[in-house]
Ligand binder design. Structure first.
Ligand code: GZL
Length: 358
């Protein structure tokens, strides 16, 4: 076919395509002016008050929730980062109320101090969904539902693993000398992880030499651990309440000329951590973290589905817990008995790490 005819043909096809798309567009939108189409998509507007960006876990959590609470899923998201300050979160919630959002999603920095502002949201008729950490309120009807992790269970997994480890390595309980690098005091994750360790230490006879908060931050953890190494040179287990603290702890130990590893009978310091982020699991592969208990930040789809369920008036659970694993650097402990069931500890490999989403 000559070039000229080709041009006519393709122009004709272009017109036909345009006409078809105009028909399609007008059939699913309102055409108020010729050729201009107005979409009347009813988005659900959601105001999301996030703790901050203090850790790799938090960054992954924010990204996953933003990906799920998206226009593609019929949701118009207004996001606020509170830089770990409760007063900024309260301000954000009041702004969402003024903006008359349909839902508020709150990831609370600490458990206490939410009653008043959640009452204001309720009085404005705006359902609140709490995610990750919990709120400690007098009336739990102030929030519709909660999605997150069972921090006490995470701690129980870590401590049962440590008990099995000590038995296998024939280390006496009285020779287990622990420092606890805590998260943000008053956060549900810190409360659950700290109390789990304290009850296990009482039960098994371990020594907790010190418990010091480091706000889930790497630099703060390095500073805290540097000081603790001077005060307690006998330390042989460091219980880090998240991966960023574990990274800072490893730096402090190595700068002090000591060794992290998986065998305290050889004078190595054992690191236990939480989150199972890519950075943390990379240290597990290097055998610098002995156990990393997952705290799953991928809550976006669960929150999206929960909002849609609430919006449709259907039944929904008040509390939804996300699935989590635990990853070890070696096969000393391959499983534990958790609430009467066998709980597998996953021996971490390059392949497993490569497949993970965060
Ligand atoms: C746990 C979350 C904690 C993570 C930290 O769900 O609240 O806060 O363990 C994060 O990494 O900063």
């Amino acid at each position: 076919m000559s070039n000229y005819k080709n041009k006519i043909r393709s122009f004709g096809m272009l017109l036909a395509g345009l006409a078809a798309s105009m028909f399609f567009l007008t059939s699913c939108g309102k055409e108020e002016k010729p050729g201009v189409v107005y979409y009347d998509v009813d988005y659900i507007t959601v105001g999301f008050s996030q703790v901050g960006a203090e850790s790799d876990w938090r960054v992954a959590n924010t990204e996953d929730i933003k990906n799920s609470l998206s226009r593609y899923n019929g949701i118009d998201l207004i996001f606020d980062d509170a830089q770990q300050k409760q007063d900024k979160q309260i301000l954000a919630i009041r702004k969402f109320i003024q903006q008359e959002v349909n839902y508020i999603v709150l990831a609370p920095v600490t458990e206490k101090g939410w009653d008043t502002v959640l009452k204001e949201a309720n009085e404005a008729g705006i359902p609140v969904i709490v995610v990750d950490r919990k709120v400690d309120v007098k009336d739990d009807s102030l929030f519709k539902a909660w999605v997150g992790s069972d921090f006490s269970r995470e701690s129980e997994i870590a401590c049962l693993w440590l008990k099995e480890y000590a038995d296998k390595k024939r280390v006496q309980a009285g020779d287990i000398n622990i420092v606890d690098i805590q998260g943000t005091l008053g956060a549900t994750a810190q409360i659950g992880r700290t109390s789990g360790l304290e009850s296990a230490a009482r039960k098994y006879g371990w020594n907790i030499l010190a418990s010091v908060p480091a706000d889930y931050a790497q630099s703060k953890a390095e500073e805290v651990m540097t000081d603790l190494l001077r005060k307690y040179p006998e330390v042989n287990v460091v219980y880090c309440e998240n991966d960023n603290e574990a990274l800072g702890t490893i730096d402090a130990i190595e700068k002090a000329g000591r060794k992290v590893g998986t065998d305290i009978t050889k004078g190595e310091i054992l690191i236990i951590s939480f989150d199972a982020t890519h950075a943390g699991l990379s240290r597990v592969l290097e055998k610098k973290i002995a156990l990393d208990v997952e705290c799953n930040p991928l809550q976006g789809e669960t929150i999206r589905d929960l909002i849609k369920t609430v919006d449709s008036g259907e039944e929904f659970p008040k509390y939804t817990y996300v699935e989590e694993k635990a990853f070890s650097a070696d096969e000393t402990v391959s499983s534990i008995e958790l609430s009467g069931d066998k709980y597998e500890i996953t021996l971490l490999t390059e392949e497993i790490l490569e497949e993970r989403q965060y």
